[in-house]
Design a protein around this ligand. Structure first.
Ligand SMILES: O=C(CO)[C@@H](O)[C@H](O)[C@H](O)[C@H](O)COP(=O)(O)O
Length: 195
């Protein structure tokens, strides 16, 4: 296979996975959007976390909600727990890297809030700890994960699990980004009406 064929296969794999998961994922994304809008309308906030590319996802949805997605609207209360290097380094140094998100959730999480937990492997220890902390604070959780995810084991029936039925990390990450964009579009549709 030459390089162009190899690259084309990546696009084809993405199309195959997107087509395969869109019907099973869309109702869960709609439910997650309803939960986020209900949270925001009740003066709650969305706290988002993840590592590496999943930290980028957490920061991206926080930014799209707090600033804007495609349409003008007031900023929404969303915050990424991944952005404060001083706090992350202090918690990792003084305690453990597994606690970098859970310590923040315990400090600022309220029962009206939601945690958005992102992990392409579905097994990030600090994300699992953040989910435990959110439950302690009586917060709901929306989790983005993948096939074989350990995160599913720590979620409750009140949480929303958006699990990509695949374990190839690059494709899972692409589907996570699409899921977040679909979430933002659904949230804006609920707040502003269909455009
Ligand atoms: O993006 C890549 C590799 O493609 C890495 O930076 C990756 O994001 C890191 O290994 C993360 O720690 C993965 O975390 P997770 O999403 O699997 O929980």
């Amino acid at each position: 296979m030459d390089l162009v064929e190899r690259i084309s296969r990546q696009f084809a794999d993405n199309i195959e996975l997107t087509t395969r998961v869109m019907h099973e994922l869309s109702p869960g994304i709609a439910h997650a959007a309803e939960r986020i809008v209900a949270c925001l309308m009740a003066d709650g906030k969305l706290l988002a976390c993840g590592n590496g590319s999943s930290a980028t996802d957490a920061q991206r949805i926080a930014s799209l909600l707090l600033n804007r997605f495609e349409r003008e609207r007031p900023g929404l209360a969303a915050f990424a727990l991944t952005s404060d290097a001083t706090t992350l380094a202090a918690i990792a140094e003084d305690y453990d890297f597994d606690l970098v998100y859970s310590k923040q959730v315990r400090a600022i999480g309220q029962p009206a809030d939601l945690l958005l937990a992102v992990s392409a492997s579905g097994s990030a220890a600090n994300v699992v700890e953040a989910i435990h902390a959110a439950h302690e604070r009586q917060m709901g959780v929306i989790a983005l994960s993948a096939e074989g995810s350990l995160i599913g084991d720590v979620l409750t029936s009140d949480d929303v699990h958006l699990q990509i039925a695949d374990d190839h990390a690059p494709r899972v990450r692409e589907l996570h980004m699409l899921t977040l964009h679909a979430l933002c579009d659904a949230i804006d549709c609920m707040l502003l009406g269909a455009d």
